[in-house]
Design a protein. Structure first.
Length: 246
């Protein structure tokens, strides 16, 4: 009785074809359809960190107005705890870098992603300068604290506005302009040493806001020193929007 032909000679090539099809489908899904958007990842982390910074500075302003040591301590603690938020931002920066390197869709947009990642890195400096501002401001006398409080509140409002739309150029420009105006009016002659230190920290916060918004660091410092001119914010990197077809 003749033996039936074995199915294995054709099964091998068929399995290879199935594997190739599966790999192709996986590449389409991971590289084209559902690759994460690195700029969007960064913006979400930026917004969270900026919101926390604005809240901490608002608490600082209230503590300065009321001479409230307990509220001041809460503001200090919230700024120290910001390290966790900034750690999340660092993870988002690393994730966005991996997406750009491995995604065919995003590789062509690498320059914009790198620029936004560098901007996000400035939030580390902003967090440190906010903590310095709170510490130096609380070393001042009560009348000096109350004079500084409105400016701290204005800085908090500028950062909160920036947190609502960190990828919007007009919002960034508005925040940079407000920060520059506040920094120029921060110090006056005849201040005592604690007030001078607080004014310097205030200007540092304002400068870091400008730099995060996209102003060149050298331009920001020059605009502050000269007391004239404006700071121009470039267009931020736009998130990729996939087209939808019916």
């Amino acid at each position: 009785m003749p033996s039936s032909p074995s199915p294995w000679p054709t099964a091998g090539p068929q399995r290879l074809v199935d594997a190739l099809v599966g790999a192709g489908v996986a590449l389409v899904f991971t590289q084209v359809l559902f690759s994460p958007e690195p700029v969007a990842l960064l913006r979400r982390a930026e917004a969270t960190a900026l919101t926390d910074l604005a809240g901490a500075l608002e608490r600082t302003a209230r503590a300065l107005e009321r001479d409230d040591d307990e509220l001041a301590e809460r503001a200090m603690n919230s700024l120290r705890d910001l390290r966790d938020r900034l750690a999340e931002l660092s993870r988002a920066r690393r994730a966005s870098s991996r997406v750009v390197r491995h995604s065919l869709v995003w590789r062509t947009r690498m320059a914009g992603v790198v620029r936004e990642s560098e901007n996000a890195g400035h939030l580390d400096l902003l967090g440190g300068s906010c903590l310095l501002l709170t510490r130096t401001a609380l070393a001042m006398s009560l009348p000096e604290r109350r004079r500084l409080a409105p400016g701290v509140r204005e800085l908090a409002a500028a950062i909160a506005d920036l947190a609502r739309a960190p990828g919007d150029r007009p919002t960034r420009q508005r925040a940079a302009d407000r920060a520059l105006d506040l920094a120029r009016s921060a110090s006056s002659p005849g201040q005592c040493q604690p007030a001078v230190a607080a004014a310097a920290a205030f200007q540092m916060v304002a400068t870091d806001v400008m730099v995060f918004a996209g102003v060149d660091p050298g331009q920001a410092v020059q605009a502050l020193r000269e007391g004239t001119g404006e700071s121009q914010v470039p267009d931020p990197a736009p998130p990729h929007r996939r087209s939808r077809r019916c």
